[in-house]
Design a protein around this ligand. Structure first.
Ligand code: AMP
Length: 226
């Protein structure tokens, strides 16, 4: 049975970082809908143009659009062993659509992890977040600064701030999370799938807590679900 996981949490909780690290350990893809949408915006595709307005305001793109994207993505071959979803689902409608899609594919959800980080910490993390334009490496102006201002240590690329990480948009994103996405915690708690994890602290400690709470045990170099 594929190892299908969801990573939830408010914007800035560290979902992207932890999803990538988990994915490398579990050898399944980390699928970030935000990342997929940003790629479309960069390419200037029809989809990107449709999504950009909502993204710039910190609002959600329409459920039907994002559900279609994710259904297509889950059918790609690299998901045969499982996947880690980061940033999807974000509404109950999306969660129900995911349930139906998984049922059609004959799959089920293994666990849902939620990274808990208080709002003041989230604002500090998001407003200082920078990403390399060329290789995507993440930085933070206070917590993980580059050696040279605004320049990636790894590839020398320019470090950029995401349009929606400006303070005016952060407040809107947090409101959307509280109103539309937080109700999903109960949705998964009621199904016995939810594991809440403290998202503060060192990356390695958060990853260790995630592996333990998601019931993923080390078995040699790879991991197996217990
Ligand atoms: P993220 O990188 O996950 O913070 O997503 C960035 C933005 O992309 C969000 O603020 C939304 O505008 C959009 N987005 C990403 N995932 C979803 C989703 N599942 N449903 C609706 N909008 C989304």
């Amino acid at each position: 049975m594929p190892l299908n996981l969801i990573l939830m949490g408010p914007p800035g909780a560290g979902k992207g970082t932890q999803a990538s690290r988990l994915a490398a350990r579990l050898r399944v893809p980390a699928i970030s809908t935000g990342e997929m949408l940003r790629e479309e915006v960069k390419r200037g595709s029809v989809l990107g143009r449709e999504a950009k307005g909502a993204m710039d305001r910190g609002a959600l793109v329409p459920d039907a659009l994002i559900v279609a994207i994710i259904e297509a993505r889950l059918q790609r071959e690299d998901c045969a062993r499982g996947f880690i979803l980061d940033g999807f689902p974000r509404t109950v409608t999306q969660a129900e659509a995911l349930d139906r899609a998984l049922q059609r594919f004959g799959w089920s959800l293994h666990r849902v992890g939620s990274l808990n980080v208080p709002s003041d910490e989230v604002v500090r993390r998001l407003s200082g977040r920078r990403t390399c334009r060329d290789c995507g490496a993440p930085y933070h102006v206070e917590l993980e600064p580059p050696r040279r201002d605004d320049t990636c240590d790894a590839c020398g690329g320019a470090l950029l701030q995401r349009d929606d990480d400006h303070e005016s948009v952060i407040a809107a994103r947090l409101e959307v999370y509280a109103r539309d996405t937080a109700p999903l915690l109960d949705y998964y708690r009621d199904r016995g799938l939810l594991a809440e994890i403290d998202g503060r602290g060192k990356h390695d400690d958060v990853l260790a807590a995630l592996l333990a709470r998601l019931n993923l045990q080390t078995s040699g170099p790879t991991l197996a679900a217990s």
